[in-house]
Design a protein around this ligand. Structure first.
Ligand code: ZN
Length: 135
């Protein structure tokens, strides 16, 4: 199972730097509606959907609709987009009644973090006690 909770058959090549929208990216396929997902929110710039293999009672991924391979590729022009991802995740946390007990937002990057779908995604996790430091 991948870090993003997708089956290994959905994994992508290990050298993602050359990605374009035309190459296979499972999250671009979800955004395009060619791969089904349980949507939690959608607007012009981002999509949120429930992780296929949730690691907490609430585990939602918030992704930009535009393909961005890694946080390492993000520049100042993406500040508003990243802010909206965080705000959407926060609003979803409220909708799922996580605002009282707490929740966690996580961007993974690189092999040590288990980053396995090379399209940035913000994890919203909550609904149980989340250990610290994370594993
Ligand atoms: Zn993508």
């Amino acid at each position: 199972m991948s870090e993003a909770g997708l089956p290994s058959s959905a994994s992508v090549p290990a050298t993602p730097k050359v990605y374009t929208q035309k190459m296979s990216c499972i999250f671009c396929e979800v955004v395009a509606g060619r791969v089904p997902a349980q949507k939690a929110y959608e607007d012009d710039t981002c999509l949120a959907f429930h992780d296929l293999h949730p690691q907490a009672p609430v585990h939602i991924l918030v992704v930009p609709k535009r393909h961005i391979t890694s946080l390492l590729d993000v520049g100042a022009t993406e500040d508003a987009l990243l802010g909206s991802l965080v705000r959407v995740a926060r609003d979803l946390a409220r909708q799922h009644k996580l605002d009282e007990r707490g929740f966690r937002l996580v961007f993974n990057t690189g092999a040590d973090a288990g980053y396995s779908v090379f399209h940035i995604h913000l994890h919203l996790l909550g609904g149980r006690l989340l250990g610290w430091p994370p594993g």
